[in-house]
Write a protein that binds this ligand. Structure first.
Ligand code: GDP
Ligand code: MG
Length: 701
């Protein structure tokens, strides 16, 4: 067996040029793709097998320029130059959108100036051809002194040729050399800066100096720009300002003049772009755009909230059928209970999220792939930005009303880590559908059917109030966290919108499959383990009734078991902490149990009140027993004040294992998952205390 040689090659290019599609196609890997600027957030790596050669391919985030200004561009620059411990790639494959050559090749020009060895993949050749553009690979190649190949990540054309070019370039690295002549004054500036540039070659030093002039304000930390360079650049800038010059414009202008002077074969105004512009006149119009936006978002929300319901019910029924089947064949005992109530139910509680995850990512997939998602962000950006959130956080926030788990996974559409984290930290405050049964039970218990405020049903008003409250708190939390812990520069939304494209079903399906798989394997295992542990807490130690002769009814026995269990004891143990909120130990046990899923609170109340665990939120006997419950002093426990306090607690607290598990997975950090839990719990406790304490003080009971 001959040893295959390996090489490290980075895939770079502007956002949305098909880098990830190409990466997937070449390596067979399944990185995520989308018609959406900035989808690649973390670095993806996989092997591209060429004849006799393994290429370690790195998919890096899109960047418009080497003058790193945004976080993602900085990651890209780091990867290209091998800064921060990342190994420097031997070769760069620059992916270019063939339909937007001049703008895309700006990056090629910078790579050439920096003398990085690279080859150009003129991607989207299929689209270019359809729109009547004929990119001339040989002229592109001549303009930068590196090979260029027409390819299509969608059809696979040109990929063999690209492989050959890459193999050859690894043998004989292309030496791009491009010395543009900048205006004289700028050349003088450059001459002054050159001695400070620590570079291997004169060409690299020149490129580095140009780059320092453009990006030193923000790029200095990252690029380790020496203090001397910063000082000289500062001097250059102030001198230029006095002379009424703009060095940025001189550099960028010279570069674009060079690009525009080349004849790359880009046809004049293209039908495709004209089409996108015509569509945008409707889609971004204040009236028709807003209407379309409402329709699309309503559809998505409806799908998550209601259409997923039959599938969710099916999953639940399937797992309880499996559980019942196993219970029937296995001998009664601890092991069977573990299998049935712990494992099978636990797996069920993971799988039950799939319908919503699949649906949400189906929507996101189509919206991204056709190009509408970028418009969504555009339409709501101003509103979202006012609370510190990114425009693209809208879809995750909206999904949060259905369930935080898919919503947190949807934060993947955000490019900056800070934006993702901020969204993850506030999405769980949105009133998810699992809180609904709890609210329903509580509202029906503490308010009479015919009770009214201002002529409206008190129950209905309270329910609406809870939704408004949770939305308001989420916005408030975003505003506070976004200005404190997760402060970050507001990056202007790129004004440029991707052209509309026909969404491709395989792309969408693959994304759905990838998300589902990631959830099942990564978050799912955590959720399963946690669910089984929680089951154990409520199951052990076993309770033996002291009265042997008179067998208690099953419901009474399970209430006694629950009370006796570790979880039950925990509920009693925390009673002093929750008493000031108006809760008793039974509610405490309910809070412990609801970690499995918030709606489990209802079933736990059913058990605690001796109705059995199949009680639902509409159960009249359960409500009646709850209404009869009294405190030590004989006053009723379930007053409207207790009810509102409990609902406020449910609205704000993070008692949901799955949410915490998925935040940990998506943030890749236990610290953020713990922070979420702690801040929400504290917030919930303080808010409930204010409600209950304030209510008592005002004379409510
Ligand atoms: P990235 O942001 O550069 O990683 O771009 P992606 O790989 O996410 O692709 C952006 C969009 O362009 C996706 O909708 C792809 O399906 C689509 N796409 C990528 N390459 C091609 C291509 O060669 N032809 C066509 N028709 N579509 C492509
Ligand atoms: Mg990508």
């Amino acid at each position: 067996m001959s040893a295959r040689s390996t090489a490290r090659v980075a895939i770079a290019g502007n956002p949305n040029t098909g880098k990830t599609s190409l990466f997937n196609r070449l390596t067979g890997a399944n990185a995520r793709v989308g018609n959406y600027a900035g989808v690649t957030v973390e670095r993806e790596e996989a092997t591209w097998r060429l004849p006799g050669l393994d290429v370690e391919l790195v998919d890096i985030p899109g960047t418009y320029s080497l003058a790193a200004r945004s976080g993602e561009e900085q990651i890209a620059v780091r990867a290209l130059f091998g800064l921060d411990g990342a190994p420097r790639p031997q070769l760069v494959v620059l992916v270019v959108d063939s339909t937007q050559l001049v703008r895309n090749l700006y990056l090629a020009l910078q790579l050439a100036e920096a003398q990085l060895p690279f080859v150009i993949a003129l991607n989207l050749a299929d689209v270019a051809r359809k729109t009547g553009i004929q990119p001339d690979a040989s002229r592109v190649s001549a303009a930068f002194g590196v090979p260029a190949v027409l390819v299509s990540a969608a059809t696979g054309e040109g990929l063999t040729a690209l492989g050959a070019v890459v193999a050859e370039a690894l043998e004989n690295p292309p030496k791009p050399m491009l010395a543009l002549a900048y205006p004289q004054a700028l050349e003088a500036d450059l001459a002054g800066l050159l001695p400070y540039a620590e570079a291997a070659t004169p060409g690299e030093a020149r490129a580095l100096s140009l780059w320092s002039i453009l990006s030193v304000e923000e790029g200095d930390e990252l690029l380790g720009v020496p203090v001397a360079v910063r000082t000289v650049v500062g001097a250059i800038r102030s001198r230029a300002a006095i002379a009424g010059r703009d060095p940025d414009l001189e550099i960028v202008g010279t570069r674009y003049r060079y690009l525009e002077a080349q004849d790359f074969g880009a046809a004049p105004p293209k039908a495709g772009i004209a089409f996108s512009e015509r569509v945008d006149r409707v889609v971004l119009h204040p009236l028709s755009g807003a209407a379309l936006f409402l329709v699309v978002m309503t559809l998505m929300f409806q799908a998550l909230f209601a259409w997923s319901e039959p599938a969710v019910a099916m999953v639940e029924q399937a797992f309880s059928a499996v559980g019942a089947g196993l219970a029937a064949i296995l001998p009664a005992g601890v092991f069977t209970d573990l299998v049935v109530d712990g494992l099978v139910a636990g797996v069920g509680s993971v799988v039950v999220f799939l319908p919503q995850i699949l649906l949400l990512f189906c929507f996101i997939g189509f919206l991204e792939d056709c190009g509408y998602m970028a418009r969504v962000a555009f339409l709501v950006d101003r509103m979202m930005k006012s609370v510190g959130l990114h425009g693209r956080a809208f879809v995750p926030m909206l999904s949060g009303y259905a369930c935080a788990v898919p919503a947190i996974m949807a934060t993947r559409t955000l490019e900056r880590r800070r934006d993702r984290l901020l969204t993850m930290m506030v999405v769980p405050l949105m009133s998810c559908s699992a809180r609904l049964p709890v609210y329903t039970l509580v509202v029906a218990t503490v308010f009479a059917d015919d009770s009214e405020v201002l002529g409206l049903s008190t129950r209905a008003v309270t329910m609406v109030g809870m939704y408004l409250f949770s939305t308001g708190m989420a916005i408030l939390a975003a505003a506070v966290l976004g200005r404190t812990l997760l402060r970050g520069p507001q990056i202007p939304l790129l004004l440029e919108l991707p052209p509309y494209r026909m969404p491709r079903l395989p792309t969408v399906l693959r994304q759905m499959w990838l998300r589902a798989r990631a959830f099942l394997t990564e978050a799912g295992s955590t959720i399963l383990v946690a669910t089984v542990i929680l089951w154990g807490l409520l199951y052990f130690p076993r309770y033996e009734s002291p009265i042997v002769d008179v067998p208690a009814s099953e419901d009474v026995a399970s209430a006694a078991q629950l009370e006796h269990s570790y979880g039950g004891r925990l509920g009693q143990f925390i009673e002093p902490a929750i008493r000031p909120l108006g809760f008793d130990w039974k509610i405490g046990v309910g809070l412990v149990g609801s970690f499995a899923a918030r709606e489990v609170f209802v079933a736990t109340m059913g058990v605690m009140y001796g109705i059995g665990d199949d009680a639902d939120e509409g159960s009249t006997p359960l409500r009646d027993r709850m209404k009869g419950e009294t405190r030590a002093d004989g006053t009723p426990l379930w007053t409207p004040l207790t009810g509102v306090s409990l609902m406020v607690f449910f609205a704000l607290s993070a008692q949901c294992l799955s949410t915490i598990a998925v935040v940990r997975r998506e943030s890749r950090s236990w610290a953020w998952a713990s922070f979420l839990f702690v801040y929400m719990t504290v917030l919930a406790w303080v808010a409930s205390l204010s409600v209950y304490g304030g209510g008592i003080w005002l004379g409510f009971r």
